[in-house]
Design a protein around this ligand. Structure first.
Ligand code: SF4
Length: 347
C-alpha cells in the first residue's frame, strides 16, 4: 500500500474511533441483526431506519421468528419505509435459510451473495461486520470519499467506474475490515458529506485531491440516466355502511403486495379534479403529492357510497375500518386514513 493510501486508512479509523454514532447494530456481530439493519438502511436514512430496526428486532428476535411470520404482518411493520421488495426478499431469504441452512447465515461473501435481496454491498457488509472477512464495502458514501480523496473522475454509475473503484477499495482494505468499512461509510455520512463537506476540520485534507483543487462539488461524477416520471392517481374509496373496499396490489409496480383502493390512473392533472363514477358522491380530498425516487405521484381520493360496486372484477374486498388498520398500506394511504380518523370521518 502506498503512503497516500496508508495515511487514508489510518486517519479514517482514528477519526471513526472519536466521532462515530453509537448505533445498535454496531455493537453486535450477530449476522441476523446486521443483515436486518443493512436491508432497512438501503435507500433509507439512519434516523428514519433506526425505529424500524428496533421494532423488527423486538418483534422477531431471531431469524426463525421472522421466517415464521406472515407476509402481511411483516409488510405492516415495514409500512412507511418504502421499497417493499426489500421486505419481500428478506422474508424469502429468511425462510430459505431456515429450510435449507438450519437458520444460519453463510459465513462468507460469495455465499451471502446468493441470497435473495443481497447484492454486493450487503454481502460485503455482512461478511465484514459479522465475520471480519477482508472484503471492501462500496456504497454511495464510499464512492464519494474515494473519488474526492484520490481524485477519480470516472462515472460511478458506469461499469468502468464500478470496476475501478472496486479495485481501489479492495487494494486498501486492511485486516480489520469490519472497523475500516464502518469507518469509511461513517466518514462519508458525517464528514465528507455530499454538500458542504467539512474540509476545514478534516484529518485527510493534507493529502486530499478534492481539497487541494477545490473539486469537492465536481466529485464524484455521476451521470444519471433515470428520468423522473409523473403519475396521476384517482383513488375511489367505496363505502358500504361501516366498511370500505380495498384490494391487494398484485402487479409488478410500486407498492406490490400492499393494499390500496379502486385506482383509476389518469393521464392528466386536470382529470384528477373531476371523477365521475356510478354511486353517491360523498367527498373528495385535496390533491396530494407523493415523491418516490424516480416517480412523482399526484393523488386524489374520492369517496362514494355504493352498496354494489363491482368488487369481483376489480379484485376489491370489503373491510371494516378496524381490519383496515392491520393491512399493510403505502404510507400515503395510511396517512390519509389517519387524517380521516382525526377528523372523525371514518365509519
Ligand atoms: S478534505 Fe474535504 S473533500 Fe477531502 S476527504 Fe476531507 S471532507 Fe472530504
Amino acid at each position: 500500500m502506498n503512503e497516500k493510501s496508508k495515511f487514508f486508512v489510518e486517519n479514517i479509523i482514528a477519526w471513526y474511533k472519536k466521532h462515530h454514532r453509537k448505533l445498535p447494530w454496531r455493537n453486535t456481530q450477530n449476522p441476523y441483526h446486521i443483515w436486518l439493519s443493512e436491508i432497512i438502511l438501503q435507500q433509507t436514512r439512519v434516523k428514519q431506519g433506526l425505529p424500524y430496526y428496533l421494532k423488527f428486532v423486538e418483534r422477531y428476535p431471531t431469524l426463525q421468528d421472522l421466517a415464521s411470520a406472515s407476509d402481511n404482518e411483516v409488510f405492516r411493520l415495514w409500512q412507511g419505509l418504502g421499497y417493499y421488495n426489500r421486505a419481500k426478499n428478506m422474508l424469502t431469504a429468511a425462510r430459505h435459510l431456515c429450510e435449507n441452512n438450519q437458520g444460519e447465515f453463510p459465513k462468507n461473501y460469495q455465499e451471502l451473495l446468493k441470497l435473495k435481496g443481497i447484492g454486493k454491498y450487503t454481502a460485503a457488509a455482512i461478511a465484514s461486520f459479522a465475520f471480519n472477512e477482508k472484503v471492501a464495502v462500496l456504497d454511495g458514501n464510499v464512492f464519494r470519499v474515494l473519488a474526492r480523496y484520490f481524485g477519480i473522475y470516472t462515472d460511478i454509475a458506469s461499469p468502468q467506474g464500478e470496476k475501478e473503484f472496486r479495485a481501489l477499495a479492495e487494494s486498501i482494505v486492511p485486516e480489520n475490515s469490519s472497523e475500516y468499512n464502518q469507518a469509511i461509510m461513517e466518514f462519508g455520512a458525517l464528514q465528507c458529506t455530499p454538500q458542504k463537506p467539512n474540509c476545514m476540520f478534516c484529518p485527510l485534507r493534507e493529502h486530499c485531491f478534492a481539497f487541494a483543487y477545490q473539486e469537492q462539488e465536481s466529485l464524484p461524477v455521476k451521470i444519471s440516466k433515470t428520468q423522473m416520471r409523473e403519475r396521476f392517481f384517482a383513488y375511489i374509496i367505496w363505502h358500504n355502511e361501516d366498511k370500505i373496499a380495498l384490494k391487494k396490489r398484485l402487479h409488478k409496480d410500486i407498492w406490490q403486495n400492499l393494499y390500496d383502493f379502486d385506482l383509476q390512473e389518469k393521464i392528466s392533472l386536470d382529470e384528477l379534479h373531476q371523477i365521475q363514477v356510478q354511486g353517491t358522491f360523498l367527498m373528495a380530498s385535496e390533491i396530494l403529492k407523493h415523491q418516490l425516487t424516480h416517480q412523482k405521484i399526484f393523488i386524489r381520493f374520492f369517496h362514494f357510497e355504493s352498496p354494489t360496486p363491482n368488487l369481483v372484477d376489480k379484485n376489491l374486498e370489503w373491510y371494516s375500518w378496524q381490519a383496515v388498520q392491520n393491512l399493510p398500506k403505502p404510507i400515503i394511504i395510511a396517512n390519509y386514513l389517519q387524517t380521516l380518523q382525526t377528523q372523525n370521518l371514518q365509519g
